[in-house]
Design a protein around this ligand. Structure first.
Ligand code: SF4
Length: 450
């Protein structure tokens, strides 16, 4: 069971020496209880403390690594049921499914698509993570041929899916050193699959029809020496899958049932794309560690990639860009000056709209701890005084002749304060929505010309 801060404090030296980086042993105990620190930071922890606190501070869901070290995918290590409690740690890995009954031409074409797929959003590159090769033929040779084609071309970690233990072993041998994930150990084949996993250093999916059977199966696997396990409970529909995922996580987190403390793999198999996206979205939120999809349709991948990025962004650390003056296009000394906050999404949307307008501008990005415009204003981080001080210290006044600055429409109320702080500047209230910025800028440039 998890220890409270007070339980942990009783086991610490209580000398308040500060060497762990916090002022007191009590403060360190609280950080440990919140899993925001590691006991190793205290050089004076006793053997008793190490054994008791160390065991209690182990993540309730095991960290499992799949794929070659230069492209490894981390799964699990989650500590909360809900993202807003702290954060989700390792994003759902998207695995694209292939079959050994697909033609070599199809495999080559589709795996190249997996390798090259990359969506850039708010400064991050969003890609596909894993490939799954299914032994639909149930024969060894086609399976091996497909693994060779897919693994080499996709450049991703591989999940091997087969009910044929001989094929699974041949595949694991082929991928030795690349940490494949074997799907799946069941109560019937657990000894054989565990032996393959140990021999070729692979992880194992444990598959069972109920949570009780699954817990028994993972205990058997760990007793055989397999530690890196992923859970799979095939379910009839999305509601049942959601229920299993939730129960497994709750069991691991709330009641410390270690046999269910592993990442989860889910499959989405809907034929129409809207249903597939709906199911996949549900499972990204609740609590798929690996999501196997059998489509590369852009209209499905785009919303799923964006949702995953949003859900797995730490809510306590908004994505931010560096506060500075960004030239958009090729601005000169007469180009418009626009100001906003350093929330990444705001920056990329505003800079994109300026670019699309074809008008070059100076975009002033003010340090606001990554908050959006209204949030930053409400928190006192995006005030006229602060913007004025930033512009003065940035040297912008020496670079440009223009003395007109455009502020976001949502914070019209700071214009007086900003004019007060930036003597000689005219403050223009811009549109509320970034999508209206292009026409607004064109109008401003026209006015300047007249
Ligand atoms: Fe206490 Fe250890 Fe931190 Fe020193 S290093 S303050 S003994 S917890």
């Amino acid at each position: 069971m998890a220890l409270t801060g007070l339980d942990i404090f009783k086991l610490l030296p209580k000398t308040n020496c500060t060497e762990c980086g916090v002022p007191t042993c009590m403060a360190f105990a609280m950080k440990l209880a919140a899993k925001n620190a590691e006991l190793a930071a205290c050089p004076y922890a006793s053997e008793e403390a190490i054994s008791k606190i160390g065991a209690a501070s182990k993540p309730p869901i095991r960290l499992v690594k799949v794929g070659p070290t230069d492209r490894e995918v981390l799964l699990g290590n989650e500590t909360v049921m809900f993202r807003h409690e702290k954060t989700f740690v390792h994003p759902t890995a998207f695995a694209v499914a292939f079959s050994d009954e697909q033609s070599p031409g199809d495999l080559a074409h589709l795996t190249a698509t997996v390798r090259e797929y990359c969506l850039e959003r708010v400064g991050e590159e969003l890609t596909l993570d894993l490939v799954l090769v299914e032994n639909s033929s149930e024969e060894v040779e086609p399976f091996i041929a497909a693994i060779k084609a897919v693994a080499a071309s996709a450049g991703r970690g591989v999940i091997l899916k087969s009910s044929n233990v001989e094929a699974l072993e041949a595949g694991a041998k082929l991928l030795e050193g690349q940490r494949p994930l074997l799907h799946a150990a069941t109560s019937e084949n657990v000894d054989a699959v565990a032996a393959i996993a140990l021999k070729y250093k692979a992880s194992v999916v444990a598959q069972a029809a109920t949570l009780d059977e699954l817990a028994a199966l993972t205990q058997k696997l760990t007793a055989l020496g397999v530690q890196d396990i992923v859970l799979d409970i095939p379910a009839e529909n999305i509601a049942a899958t959601l229920q299993y995922n939730t129960l497994a996580r709750k069991a691991a987190l709330k009641t410390a049932i270690q046999p269910l403390g592993y990442p989860v793999i889910n499959f989405v198999t809907e034929e129409d794309l809207p249903s597939l996206v709906a199911d996949a979205s549900t499972l990204i939120c609740k609590f798929a560690s690996i999501l196997v999809i059998d489509t590369l349709a852009y209209q499905a991948l785009l919303p799923l990639m964006m949702l995953r990025q949003n859900i797995y962004t730490d809510p306590q650390k908004p994505i931010q860009v560096e506060p500075k003056i960004y030239p958009i296009g090729e601005p000169d000394e007469n180009s418009p000056v626009i100001v906003t906050t350093n929330f990444s999404l705001t920056y990329f949307i505003v800079s994109g709209e300026i670019e699309n307008s074809g008008i070059s501008a100076h975009l002033v990005i003010v340090e606001c701890e990554g908050m959006s415009v209204l949030t930053a204003w409400a928190a006192g981080k995006f005030s006229g005084e602060k913007i004025a001080a930033f512009i003065k210290s940035s040297g912008l006044e020496e670079q440009v002749k223009t003395r007109r600055i455009i502020i976001p429409g949502y914070v019209a109320q700071i214009s007086g304060e900003l004019e007060e702080g930036l003597k000689g500047w005219e403050v223009v209230v811009g549109p509320q929505e970034a999508s209206d910025l292009g026409p607004f800028l064109k109008l401003q440039v026209q006015k300047e010309g007249n």
